[in-house]
Ligand binder design. Structure first.
Ligand code: PGA
Length: 257
């Protein structure tokens, strides 16, 4: 697998205006980024329609931060796959730890959303990750295997080709997060790859596995050389385009000289 996926979820940070200006900058930066690097941004819902107009003439993939699994119905405050499909969204981020923690999303819900996204030809980016209790009780792998199995339940080998997984240990995310040790990430990603290969005969070896959790300018190169790391999912360090530009330029140099 040669492609590297690099992207950012803006969480609840940017207004439409801020998002448009960011995207204009990123489009310029993207012109110098190798086509083997797949770039994506995941703005808030309010900015998606305007930002789509900018990204459609670029190679930046556009994602949404969540969605409901039903096409339509009495679910106040929710956004359906049909609505996101109408905008032309490529990627649906599902199961971020903040969704799990603050909105009680569970693997069963995520599984329904994954199947709904695939029905519309959108690519689910499924976030999994153990919390600090799992880690200290030495049940990280069991926790991750269970998240993978339930989130991917019922997918055919063919459908699994279209999903991406982001491994984001909960203890590594955000201001209070501690970036994971590269050796630990390598061990976990090898395990995730094996688990995917056991779940899917053909596509298990090609599902992109991204790492996320306090990835920054200082540490990103430690992760990118790990065999089963096929990309990075970056929060804070990609929210300003100068910092994201530096990461992309150094990555480009590191990978392609
Ligand atoms: P962070 O966010 O890079 O700011 O830790 C990562 C994430 O939540 O995906």
């Amino acid at each position: 697998m040669n492609k590297i996926w690099i992207g950012t979820n803006w969480k609840m940070t940017k207004t439409i205006e801020e998002g448009l200006s960011y995207t204009e900058d990123l489009k310029k930066i993207a012109e110098n980024v190798s086509s083997a690097i797949e770039l994506f941004i995941i703005p808030s819902y309010t900015a998606l329609v305007s930002i789509k107009e900018l990204t459609s003439s670029s190679r930046i993939h556009l994602g949404a931060q969540n969605m409901h699994w039903e096409d339509s119905g009495p679910y106040t405050g929710e956004i359906s796959p049909r609505m996101l499909d109408e905008i032309g969204i490529d990627i649906i981020e599902l199961g971020h730890s903040e969704r799990r923690q603050y909105y009680n999303e569970n693997d069963e819900d995520i599984n329904k959303k994954v199947l709904a996204a695939l029905r519309y030809g959108m690519k689910p980016l499924i976030c999994i990750g153990e919390n600090i209790e799992h880690k200290s009780n030495n049940i990280s792998k069991e926790t991750l295997a269970s998240q993978l199995k339930v989130c991917l339940k019922g997918l055919t080998d063919e459908q699994a080709r279209n999903v991406m997984i982001a491994y984001e240990p909960v203890w590594a995310i955000g201001e209070k997060g501690v970036p994971a040790d590269a050796g630990y990430v390598a061990e976990i990603h090898t395990y995730l790859r094996k688990t995917l290969e056991n779940l899917f005969d053909h596509s298990g070896s090609s599902i992109p596995l991204l790492y996320g959790g306090s990835v920054n300018r200082e540490n990103f190169l430690n992760y990118i050389d790990i065999t089963d790391v096929n990309g990075l999912f970056i929060g804070r360090s990609a929210w300003d385009t100068d910092s994201f530009r530096e990461i992309l330029e150094r990555l480009e140099k590191h990978l392609y000289g």
